[in-house]
Design a protein around this ligand. Structure first.
Ligand code: ATP
Length: 320
């Protein structure tokens, strides 16, 4: 394979730049020309494609966001869009593509592979919502950003003896809430994967207060099924304690990627280039037990994600 492309798609995630850098430099090192595609599948449809050199990816390793920018594309979801995307790639002589994005982007990659393009998918999303990798690029940084916020909120929450409900991202996946809840010492984390009982949350808060605890932190995943404002009102009414919402929103997407995210991005992207060089069929690449592995794209998307109940239960044990 002589000419490959790279794009970032869906929500941006810290570490996407590290992945782009690795694709460009490993690709060139393997004697290939590497083309950067702007604004994900949307930019691909518009032919926003440019050749990249080693120096084009200099000084981006430590930056959040994505120098190629990203987008969500409705046009690409339709069959005509996918056919057009393949035609655009053929016009540029691009035979293989590295897609850096989450679950949706990987599904898009599978559709494109059915149009005769070799597609290697690298898991770039803060949500940690793919089954074929223990972690996704950006997740570790996002959780650390949440933890930084939790520590700061604890200070002020203690000073005022307030309960604070912190809403975190993750779409339909509760991992940001789960990991931040356990590592941040929350009273509880509300997740899409597990039904919750507001009475139980209030009991934990009051039990903590009774033994002299000054701060109470509840983490609410955006996909938990209960709006943060509603939860705040219910907790305040039932506990009689002042309760406030904090919605971290896009703060969680930015910032310099952690060592874990940089390594995951660099290693999965390097693997993607290696597979394209060897003319392998389309794959989803992930990290399982510390190993970088490649899985058949269609099969990888059928695997159900496991929810870590042990971690979830531990939050409750430690909050007692
Ligand atoms: P994040 O989890 O960070 O939001 P994502 O990759 O899951 O990232 P999506 O918005 O789901 O984000 O997907 C990005 C783009 O991929 C969509 O806008 C669309 O163009 C394409 N895409 C998503 N799902 C599909 C699908 N089932 N078939 C074809 N293309 C898809």
């Amino acid at each position: 394979m002589k000419r490959i492309g790279v794009l970032t798609s869906g929500g941006d995630a810290p570490g996407m730049n590290a992945a782009i850098r690795a694709v460009v430099r490993c690709g060139i090192d393997n004697g290939m020309e590497v083309y950067g595609i702007r604004r994900g599948y949307e930019g691909l449809l518009d032919g926003e494609i440019e050749k990249m050199e080693r120096s084009d990816v200099g000084d981006i390793l430590h930056r959040g966001g994505t120098i190629l920018q990203t987008a969500r594309s409705e046009r690409f979801q339709k069959k005509e869009g996918q056919k057009r995307a393949a035609t655009v790639l053929e016009t540029f002589g691009i035979e293989g593509l590295v897609v850096i994005g989450g679950d949706g982007s990987t599904r898009g990659g599978l559709d494109l592979s059915r149009q005769g393009i070799k597609v290697m998918c690298v898991p770039g999303t803060i949500d940690n919502d793919v089954a074929y990798s223990d972690f996704t690029i950006g997740f570790d940084t996002a959780v650390n950003t949440v933890l930084d916020a939790v520590s700061k909120i604890r200070d002020t929450s203690s000073a005022h003896e307030r309960t604070v409900v912190i809403e975190v991202m993750g779409r339909h996946c509760g991992d940001i809430a789960l990991y931040a809840g356990l590592a941040g010492g929350a009273e509880c984390a509300l997740l899409p994967e597990e039904p919750f009982d507001v009475n139980e949350i209030c009991r934990r808060i009051l039990e903590g207060t009774n033994r002299g605890k000054l701060h109470s932190i509840v983490i609410n995943a955006e996909g938990s099924g209960i709006a943060t404002d509603k939860l705040v009102k219910e907790i305040e009414a039932k506990t009689g304690r002042e309760t406030r919402p904090v919605i971290l929103s896009y703060l969680q997407r930015g910032g310099t990627p952690t060592m874990r995210d940089r390594l995951l991005a660099t290693r999965t992207a390097a693997k993607a280039v290696e597979l394209l060089r060897d003319d392998e069929d389309s794959k989803a690449i992930g990290e399982i037990g510390g190993q970088i592995l490649a899985f058949d794209l269609e099969a990888a998307l059928k695997v159900e994600r496991d929810f870590d109940r042990e971690m979830y239960d531990l939050i409750g044990v430690l909050a007692k």
